[in-house]
Design a protein around this ligand. Structure first.
Ligand code: SF4
Length: 91
């Protein structure tokens, strides 16, 4: 019989977790990739956590990135160390 601990693991808690800062996540934007094919390679655009057009579910929009650059958005051509492929967007 399944224990209560195992059973409860699948129940959504509805709890919201604080977002990470850009610097903590390792986020950066490379201007050079602004017009690249964002379906290929590692970009926020094809990441599971990206919220179109300029947000991320787990990283803040504002604050300095790892290079100290401030942009006030999560750019589609940006990326961070938490990147995870969105199978619907990766080619
Ligand atoms: S790579 Fe993914 S997790 Fe990281 S900032 Fe971009 S959308 Fe968010």
């Amino acid at each position: 019989m399944e224990s209560d601990a195992n059973h409860n693991r699948n129940i959504p808690t509805g709890k919201s977790y604080p977002k990470l800062s850009k610097a903590t996540s390792g986020y950066l934007e490379i201007e050079h990739f602004k017009h690249a094919d964002l379906h290929t390679g590692y970009f926020c655009y094809n990441c599971t956590y990206f919220i179109k057009d300029t947000h991320c579910a787990i990283v803040h929009d504002s604050g300095p990135d790892v290079n100290g650059t401030k942009s006030e958005i999560i750019a589609p051509y940006g990326v961070c160390t938490l990147w995870h492929p969105n199978e619907g967007e990766v080619r």
